[in-house]
Design a protein around this ligand. Structure first.
Ligand SMILES: [Zn+2]
Length: 204
């Protein structure tokens, strides 16, 4: 698998996932990284099939128009997203990129349209739901702390400890992690009741 994390002008991460045989590719969160993404796609002679959005916030979707106009890729978003998209996805759906399978995990909380992407059961792209050493904010419009609790504790933390975590922003001490490491060291993921988690998240 070709897999590249890209960070150019901000703390936003973009990702390029491609099948090395068929050259089919997907970009996750174009963000402010379109220039670098275009360069990599051209250098590697990839065929961009999807631009997948972990949610509709503009810092994650900023490069969409440019990528779609150059490569004609399909914009993918959760079915509840208010952004423009060509293909709606929901919990349990799978997108194929060559031989690579990208499974959609619906993880509302940061926004109602937040999804995480599990790539070949080994890499988890977490958008603004989970960061290295942090979790996403729930105090923006359409944020919901109870949903965040369920997304983190009932979905993401149920994945295998060796699943790699690739977040939407460079907020931690390193650019990626694993579910097991985050369980151990991420202070937002320490065992809490729902009530305690809501109290914890409402602290300034
Ligand atoms: Zn966001």
């Amino acid at each position: 698998m070709f897999f590249k994390q890209i960070q150019q002008h901000s703390d936003n991460f973009s990702y390029i996932i491609a099948d090395e045989i068929s050259k089919e590719a997907a970009v996750v969160d174009s963000s402010y990284n379109a220039d670098e993404i275009i360069k990599v796609i051209k250098n590697e002679r990839l065929k961009l099939k999807y631009v997948i959005n972990t949610h509709g916030h503009s810092d994650h979707t900023a490069g969409n128009t440019e990528l779609v106009s150059i490569f004609g890729a399909k914009l993918v978003a959760h079915k509840q997203s208010k952004m423009q998209y060509d293909l709606a996805v929901n919990e349990g759906d799978t997108l194929d990129v060559g031989k690579i399978s990208i499974k959609i995990i619906y993880t509302p909380g940061h926004t109602t349209d937040s999804i995480c992407l599990l790539v070949d059961n080994q890499k988890l792209l977490t958008g603004d739901t989970l960061f290295v050493d942090e979790c996403g904010r729930t105090d923006f419009p359409s944020g919901n702390t109870k949903s965040m609790y369920e997304s983190l504790f009932s979905k993401l933390l149920k994945l295998n400890n060796n699943v790699e975590v690739y977040p939407g922003h460079d907020y931690g001490i390193k650019p990626s992690s694993t579910i097991g490491e985050e369980k151990r060291s991420n202070y937002t993921l320490q065992p809490r009741s729902l009530k305690d988690f809501i109290d914890f998240m409402s602290q300034p």
